[in-house]
Design a protein around this ligand. Structure first.
Ligand SMILES: *Cc1c(COP(=O)(O)O)cnc(C)c1O
Length: 344
């Protein structure tokens, strides 16, 4: 089976090799050294200088959960909700009784300044956004959002889980407060790690250990442990090692360029009317306004090709073709020929 999915993705041979090894004991200097290196390389890859990284054991949602439950409790927040993952921030804020408003972004529109017109931005402490709304492949204009946040002194909290290593991220220049990433999207590792880059300023202001809501994902405890390159509990050791091998091997800028090139290749060789919003390099949505996505998906699966279906209202109207992971041009040639067979 060839996976054009958004996570797990096709894994590199090098990653699979690391995954096959016996795990080492981890409460020692050798493992701390690896975690410090992971922290440094992650920060470098998103241009974060005055920041710390915490490594949580869980999928990406654990990172979102930790930030919402432990840092937003006394804040008023604004959520950009343009799909499943925007809704996840809304659900988390509902769950933890956070004071929030949401801006709904419709499927066929980009987020623009106009969406903010009816909101008194000076009243918000933080803005929550999924840089790439993976449910439809939409990439938000982070320069615009960052400018707004600077102007109104709003903390910028970014879920970059599916944008990391696909689209450029500039932690320092965008003045991001929290940046959430995870192991099994473009990093192409096994699921199990959520990484959060936290600005020193945000840590100082909001993570002081007084808000005791979550024992296992306690950010204060994770920060304290990372001072010696450790985690409070047994981490996903294997994924930490896969992360280390990958970050040392790749150049983040080259990885983004490679993903952009593959996306461009697929989009220019398979003709389907594009949707009207800006796409992330991470994936291309195929839109079937009159239905038929399920039939196409079944045909592809019979041909050993697994693309990403959608949920809810879009289940028969959209398929998503990932450009993350160890995919090559030839893989897209094969996919395109199979798509043409079933759609023409
Ligand atoms: C994948 C993803 C998540 C996390 O989902 P998990 O199922 O917890 O891995 C969160 N936000 C975005 C934008 C994602 O693409």
């Amino acid at each position: 089976m060839k996976y054009f999915t958004v996570g797990p993705v096709e894994m590199d041979q090098e990653t699979l090799k690391v995954a096959a090894k016996q795990l080492p004991y981890f409460r020692n200097g050798a493992f701390s050294k690896i975690m410090f290196e992971n922290e440094r390389l992650l920060k470098e890859s998103v241009n974060a200088n005055n920041a710390k990284v915490v490594f949580l054991t869980g999928s990406g949602t654990a990172g979102m959960d930790a930030v919402v439950s432990q840092t937003l409790i006394n804040q008023k927040v604004l959520i950009i909700n343009g799909g499943t993952f925007g809704q996840r921030f809304v659900d988390l804020c509902e769950f933890y009784d956070i004071d929030y408003d949401e801006i709904k972004v419709k499927l066929e529109e980009d987020l623009t300044l106009k969406h903010f017109e009816n909101y008194d931005l000076a009243t918000y402490d933080s803005l929550l956004i999924n840089m790439h709304e993976t449910s439809c492949g939409k990439l938000y204009d982070m320069e615009m959002v960052s400018k707004l946040c600077k102007k109104y002194h709003i903390n910028l909290i970014v879920d970059a889980i599916s944008a990391y290593l696909c689209d450029d991220i500039d932690f320092d220049n965008w003045e991001i407060s929290c940046l959430i990433m995870s192991s099994h999207k473009a990093l192409g590792l096994e699921p199990g790690l959520a990484m959060i880059v936290l600005s020193d300023e945000y840590i100082h202001k909001y993570i002081n250990g007084t808000n005791k809501v979550n024992y296992y994902l306690d950010l204060k405890a994770h920060l304290q442990n990372m001072e010696r390159g450790q985690t409070p509990f047994t981490p996903a050791i294997g994924v930490c090692l896969q992360l280390n091998e990958k970050l040392k091997r790749i150049d983040p800028k080259e990885q983004i360029a490679k993903t952009a090139k593959l996306a461009e290749y697929f989009r220019s060789h398979f003709s389907l009317k594009p949707l009207s919003y800006k796409y992330s390099n991470a994936l291309t949505p195929l839109y079937f306004p009159n239905g038929g996505a399920k039939k196409v998906n079944e045909y592809l699966l019979k041909n050993q090709i697994c693309v990403n279906p959608c949920g809810g209202d879009l289940s028969d109207k959209m398929l998503r073709i990932s450009h993350m992971g160890a995919l090559k041009k030839e893989d897209y040639d094969n996919l395109i020929s199979k798509l043409n067979e079933v759609m023409l």
